[in-house]
Write a protein that binds this ligand. Structure first.
Ligand code: ATP
Ligand code: MG
Length: 112
């Protein structure tokens, strides 16, 4: 299993929501976060107005997937998120040891 964490522009939420329509994506978590990348929050536009503070509103998307699905999901995310402008976001992929579906006690990929 892998855990995909993507920091995305809030305006891209509707695009990534499409992932849930894939039959093999069972769940995701979305959080409101603030962040800065290489530009340290400067020189980035947010809803057309220059954002004066250093931490820019972003969304954090988390999805845990079986290994064989990871490349496809990362490729989909890349193509949906890329505008070519600074601040397009970042995708992190981490190994994940285990998962538990609390209601049933299922473990590992069965719990996804
Ligand atoms: N190395 C990192 N560690 C943790 N969070 C990061 C890291 N890089 C980016 N982020 C998060 O992702 C958000 C978007 O990053 P961003 O797209 O600006 O990356 P970047 O490296 O500055 O690339 P670009 O030059 O294209 O803007 C940041 O606001 C921050 O929340
Ligand atoms: Mg940046």
């Amino acid at each position: 299993m892998k855990r995909i964490e993507a920091i995305i522009r809030p305006s891209k939420l509707e695009d990534v929501r499409r992932l849930l329509s894939h039959p093999w994506i069972s769940a995701m978590t979305v959080s409101e976060v603030r962040g800065a990348g290489r530009q340290k929050g400067h020189a980035e536009l947010y809803r057309g107005a220059e954002y004066v503070i250093d931490l820019i509103p972003k969304l954090k998307l988390e999805i845990v997937l079986p290994d064989p699905l990871v490349d496809r999901v990362v490729a989909d995310l890349e193509s949906w998120l890329r505008t070519g402008r600074i601040g397009d976001g970042k995708i992190f992929v981490e190994p994940l040891d285990d998962a538990v579906r609390v209601r049933t006690g299922e473990r590992g990929e069965d719990a996804l």
